[in-house]
Design a binder for this molecule. Structure first.
Ligand SMILES: Cc1cc2nc3c(=O)[nH]c(=O)nc-3n(C[C@H](O)[C@H](O)[C@H](O)COP(=O)(O)OP(=O)(O)OC[C@H]3O[C@@H](n4cnc5c(N)ncnc54)[C@H](O)[C@@H]3O)c2cc1C
Length: 545
């Protein structure tokens, strides 16, 4: 029987990033995915600043920035009566190139090295798959389905079906991770249910929906509104969201299917005509019925050598673009803990902290996404909105005010992306400092234990996070402080800790301590002005002993 350290079921964005995280530690991983190829369905189009930081760490930030929208393409979100009608509201946002320049200058709402990026999951998954395949410790196998598994006491044995020749084989692993999406085989075999609300109906982003990927024929005047990234059509007879996929001719259109209507009975061209206000000549590439209105969280994130991550533990309505991004953060939290267990430096409580950290983060983000869905999906539209009359103008102004406010709230969300904190974690050494605001629109940079280690541009132009190690980083902002006892305690238990000396004023001011111990996932574990007398206790705590 084949043997590996970690078996991942699911090669969507979350499973693929988890494989890359494990590769940082040289952990042997087999990833199986039942589809023959990466996704052709452009589900996620918004990659958060935090996810971009993870991708930067794996060296694929530049490839992602070069994919999808051209660097100078607007990323505005606009609300219109029709694509050839009137604009009601617009949120102006920087192009990818401008966002990067803003971040480099320390401007913009995202205090980080990598601002959010608008890139379809189609491109993202292909890039992640290439990156994972290139890692010698990762064995990526598409067209292979996990059928079932059994726990063996110190691991699992899983049955895999090769879909090319319909044969089965077994793989034994120390850990199995279900990154196998909303219909997770692993979750169902564990008997774990989702809690929360599913399929809440709304006028938009709630209930039966259809995603249509299409390519418009050139030379048409189907879209006369100033170029944007997202176009929300707000009319009495159609509600649709059109997103530019490649910044040229490919778009995805998300529409609400009237209750009781079979998606096969829907005429895509009629929908497009309604959204545009004119007939549209286009090639329909893919149409996928899906359900919005979910705010679902699994009752457990797994245990005893079998873990769940991504959509397998939470299902979002895509408002705010939080589903995949939350799953990517799950993978980064879980990855180093699995590696620590496989390599023997993790303590017995380490893996249980995964759920303690990530379930509250899932609940937090689900609540934000649900709020955005309520705000965009629960108002009626009066046909007068299209009238060239005073009443029409008044209606456009009334709804425009709501949508302008909504757009800011849904799309400028540094607090959601960068403000996740693991302050309830048994691994984190609380230093008694005051808690900081947790709000969608405001991110308060802090090195308070449990929070994401804040970003600083160094004097030589590097980003501080680029200097963090694959294992733990012990950041020292004052060379006079002796860090030896902490490093010795780590070495005694095999915990990989790398000393990083950066005695720059900006770093000292942001981190407010001479020594800061940072987890491999980039969150702060402990900080202090001197090595604690109980250095071994600190190391044991952060490794879950
Ligand atoms: C219209 C829409 C728009 C969205 N927009 C955004 C957005 O802008 N931002 C955002 O963050 N999120 C967004 N999302 C959500 C995002 O698409 C998902 O959260 C994301 O795909 C989840 O990734 P995953 O890897 O957990 O699961 P999936 O992407 O579902 O991948 C799971 C993989 O596992 C495979 N699999 C399943 N069972 C097995 C098995 N037994 N054996 C082997 N393989 C198996 C599946 O085929 C699939 O390839 C959107 C979703 C929709 C529907």
């Amino acid at each position: 029987m084949e043997e590996t350290d970690v078996l991942i079921a699911g090669g969507g964005p979350v499973g693929l990033l988890l494989a890359l995280e494990l590769a940082r530690f040289g952990v042997r991983t087999v990833l199986v995915n039942d589809r023959a190829d990466t996704s052709l369905n452009p589900k996620a189009n918004a990659i958060s600043a935090r996810s971009m930081e993870h991708f930067r760490r794996h060296g694929i930030g530049p490839r992602l920035r070069a994919a999808a929208l051209p660097p100078d393409h607007p990323t505005d979100v606009c609300y219109v009566t029709r694509l050839t009608g009137r604009e009601i509201a617009r949120l102006t946002m920087p192009s990818s190139a401008d966002a990067v320049a803003e971040a480099r200058a320390g401007l913009g709402p995202y205090d980080c090295a990598e601002p959010p990026h608008r890139c379809s999951q189609i491109y993202l998954e292909a890039i992640l798959r290439d990156a994972a395949t290139a890692r010698p410790d990762v064995d990526v196998r598409f067209s292979q389905r996990l059928e079932s598994f059994q726990r063996t006491g110190d691991g699992v044995v899983a049955e895999i079906r090769s879909l090319d020749d319909d044969t089965t084989y077994q793989v034994s692993a120390r850990h199995l991770v279900g990154a196998d999406g909303g219909r997770s085989t692993v979750r169902r075999q564990l008997g774990i249910r989702y809690d929360g609300e599913g399929g809440v109906t709304r006028q938009m982003m709630g209930g039966a929906m259809l995603a249509t990927l299409f390519e418009v024929a050139s030379g048409q005047d189907w879209l006369t509104i100033e170029t944007a990234w997202q176009y929300w059509v707000i009319a009495h007879d159609v509600r649709a969201l059109l997103i530019s996929v490649d910044g040229a001719s490919k778009y995805v259109m998300l529409t609400r299917i009237p209750d009781g209507t079979d998606p096969d009975d829907i005429d895509d061209f009629e929908l497009l005509r309604l959204a545009s206000g004119r007939p549209v000549e286009a090639e329909i590439i893919l149409r996928t019925p899906w359900t919005a209105g979910h705010a679902l969280l699994a009752e457990s994130y797994g245990g005893d050598h079998v873990w769940l991550t991504g959509d397998a533990v939470h299902l979002f309505t895509p408002t705010g673009g939080l589903g995949m991004n939350t799953g990517l953060d799950d993978a980064v939290n879980l990855g180093w803990k699995l590696a620590a267990d496989v390599q023997g430096w993790g303590g017995p409580n380490l893996l249980a902290s995964y759920e303690v950290d990530r379930r509250p983060a899932g609940a937090r983000n689900l609540a934000f996404a649900r709020g955005f869905a309520e705000s965009i999906g629960t108002f009626d539209v009066d046909p007068v909105i299209e009238a060239e009359t005073a009443a029409g103008a008044a209606e456009r102004a009334r709804l425009g005010a709501h949508l302008a406010d909504h757009g800011r709230r849904e799309f400028i969300i540094p607090g959601i992306a960068l403000g996740v904190r693991y302050t309830g974690s048994p691994l984190v050494c609380d230093d008694g400092s005051d808690s900081v605001l947790d709000a969608a629109h405001e991110y308060v940079p802090t090195a308070r234990p449990g929070h994401r280690a804040p970003h600083v541009w160094l004097e030589n132009g590097e980003a501080l996070c680029d200097r963090f190690a694959d294992g733990f980083t012990l950041l020292r902002t004052d060379f006079a402080v002796d860090a030896a006892a902490l490093l010795q305690a780590a070495a005694a238990t095999g915990v990989p800790v790398t000393l990083l000396d950066v005695a720059e004023d900006a770093v000292r001011a942001r981190y407010e301590a001479a020594l800061v111990l940072i987890f491999p996932d980039g969150h702060v574990a402990w900080r202090g002005d001197a090595v604690p007398v109980d250095a071994q206790n600190v190391i044991d705590r952060v490794r879950g002993a």
